[in-house]
Structure formats: structure tokens, C-alpha cells
Design a protein. Structure first.
Length: 108
């Protein structure tokens, strides 16, 4: 998402949504955000550009960044010593569970 922010100034802020939900509903729900790290590895710049293009198209784009600008960003941020690219695609997962009332009878 840093790349999306770099080119379009936009972020998807799941933590903010979770905090807003918790503020509205208090202790009635358990709100847990879990980060699952992941990466896409590509052998060359062409394939890395294809991945980046897909990721950037998550938003409606009225003015796409120039290919050379995206390639320069990829080179500066994701190039590996072996000539490949390692792009982080970490995912946040939000779980919201209703808290059981204290003293409530359990059912089987």
C-alpha cells in the first residue's frame, strides 16, 4: 500500500476502521487485527511491473503514473541483489466477535 500512497496519496486504513468500530461499540465486541506477511517475488523488472500495475489498479485511476516512474519506484524499493524483485503484499485481517456476557450460561 505504500506504492499506492506514493503514486495516488491514498491508504486503506483497516486499523482506523477497527478503532472507529471499537469506539462506537465499546466492550460489546472483541476487535482483533492480524497482519499476515507475504511477498511476491519476480525474476525481472517486466514481471515486477506487471504485479505493480495490478496493485495500482485497485483504485479508479484517472491519470496513471508513467511506466518509467513505476519502474524507478520498483527498482528503488524492491530490487534484490540477484536481479529479481521482492514486493511486500502483507494483508491485515480484521476479526470482530461478539463478547459473551459475563455470567451468561454456556450452551453446547
Amino acid at each position: 500500500m505504500n506504492m499506492v500512497h506514493h503514486f495516488f496519496g491514498h491508504r486503506f486504513e483497516l486499523h482506523r476502521a477497527a478503532d472507529a468500530f471499537q469506539a462506537k461499540h465499546g466492550d460489546r465486541y472483541e476487535v482483533v487485527t492480524t497482519l499476515v506477511p507475504a511477498h511476491v517475488e519476480t525474476p525481472d523488472l517486466g514481471k515486477a511491473y506487471t504485479v505493480a500495475e495490478f496493485m495500482l489498479n485497485l483504485l479508479d485511476i484517472t491519470c496513471a503514473p508513467a511506466r518509467q516512474d513505476v519502474e524507478a519506484y520498483l527498482q528503488a524499493n524492491f530490487a534484490t541483489p540477484d536481479g529479481g524483485y521482492r514486493i511486500p503484499v502483507h494483508q491485515d485481517f480484521l476479526q470482530i466477535r461478539h463478547r459473551a456476557k459475563v455470567g451468561a450460561a454456556e450452551t453446547v
